[in-house]
Structures are given as C-alpha cells and as structure tokens.
Design a protein around this ligand. Sequence first.
Ligand code: ADP
Ligand code: MG
Length: 248
Amino acid sequence: MPDLHVDNVSFIYAGASRAVLRSVQLTIPAGEFVLLAGPSGCGKSTLALALAGLIPSRIAGTFEGHVYLGSQEIGTMEVHEAAQHIGIVFQNPDEQLVHLDVESEVAFGPENLALPHSEVEQRVATSLAYTRMEYARKLEIFALSGGQKQRVAIAATLAMQSRVLVLDEPTSDLDPVGTQEVLSVLHTLNKQYGWTIVLVEHKIDEVVPWVDRVLLMDAGHIIVDAPPRNAFRDLTAWQRLEVSVPQM
Ligand code: ADP
Ligand code: MG
C-alpha cells in the first residue's frame, strides 16, 4: 500500500484573495490513522478535498503543489479514477446517499467500474461486513438512523477498495451512540484491515485513543504534527485556537 504525500500544497478559492491552504507539507504512511483538528475556517475541509483529489479538478481556484499516493498524482486524475485510490466521506451522509436501499447504494460504485457481477457482490458483502451493516442490506435508506446512514456512506466508499479513507467530520450530525458506531468502524478498518484513515473531527477526546498521529491546523498551516502523547504536551497553540483538548 502506498504512502500519501502532500507536497507544498497551496490553494486560493476562485474569487477569494487569501490562501486557504498555505504550503502544506505532509506525509502519511500507509496504515496510519491520523486526526486532523483545528478551529472552524482553518482549512480542514479544503485539505480533505485536496487529499481526495477533488482539488483542482472539481473546485475552482488557484492550486499549487502536488498530492501523491505512492508515485501517482491524485490531483490530476479523473474523479472516478481518484475514487479508486482514495475515498472521501462527508459530514452529512444524505448528500452522498442517492439510492433507495443499502445494497444498491453500496453496489453502485463497483458497478460503475464495470466489474463482473461476482466481484461486485463480493465487494458489497465485504463492505457491509466491515461496517457491521449486513443486517441492513435490504433496508431502505430513509428508514436508517444517522449513524447507520453514515456507516452505509462509509461502506459505499469501501466498496471502491481504495484502502485510503478521508472523512470530514462524519460524526457531527450524530448522537453519542451513532458517533461511537462510526468511530469503532474506523478503528476496526484501520487496525484489523490496515486502511489509512485521515479523520477531520472535533470530538478529539473520543478519537485520540485510537489515532497514531494528531495534526492541528491554523490558517492553512499545519502547526502541530505529533503522536497523541506529545501533541498535547504544550497546550499554547490549542488554547490560542480555542480547540478543546482531551485530559491526558
Ligand atoms: P474548515 O473545514 O477548517 O472549517 P474550510 O476548508 O471549509 O475550513 O474553509 C477554509 C476557508 O475557506 C474559510 O475561510 C472558508 O470560508 C473558505 N471557503 C471554504 N469553501 C469556500 C468556497 N467554496 N469558496 C470560497 N471560500 C471558501
Ligand atoms: Mg470543515
């Protein structure tokens, strides 16, 4: 599995005057579970979009630098090609779920790759198993809870078998039970199946025990990049940005 490498990435949204990402330099080794934290507006979602190869292809603006997965440049790929290398899950699953039932939602991506039916079937089964949603296979999406919907969104992404997953505040709209369901699926994906995970999350307390590394962003820069045991030793930056930190 290849490492993810962000090489000197800067980005200005079309029509804006200030850069939202400023010379971001970051390497995420395969299999790492990374938390990306920071105050509202610091550029987390924009970085997530860049990691997933949606900038500059889908978002207008001035982009500099490169995002590589191994030797392949994500940012220059077609969106459907990038999706085979790196998956993205957003805050609101309703924006991502477009099908009537769980099974067709998860099958959609691999079907579009024109894979043999048996391969699609295998991917659906595996993705539902990883997200502990097998029992919901035949259920209609509207009948699911927020946590279940978010797990279906994750399953649909998993079915692309990218093995690298970026999630942008996937638990924001979830209650504590739904949050735990989603975080525990991510933990399993990472520890048991070796997926690389970049998680944008403000429920830092709940995530920190499971991550290998903590990133703190401020105004388009990564200003803290450390394993959890070191990331909160000096709280100056966290306090200045008013980002709540766990009791270590
Ligand atoms: P975060 O996810 O950390 O809250 P974002 O990446 O969403 O931050 O946004 C960073 C900055 O870019 C903010 O100032 C935001 O207003 C601005 N921004 C986000 N999306 C757009 C857009 N589509 N066009 C112009 N500016 C944007
Ligand atoms: Mg955001």
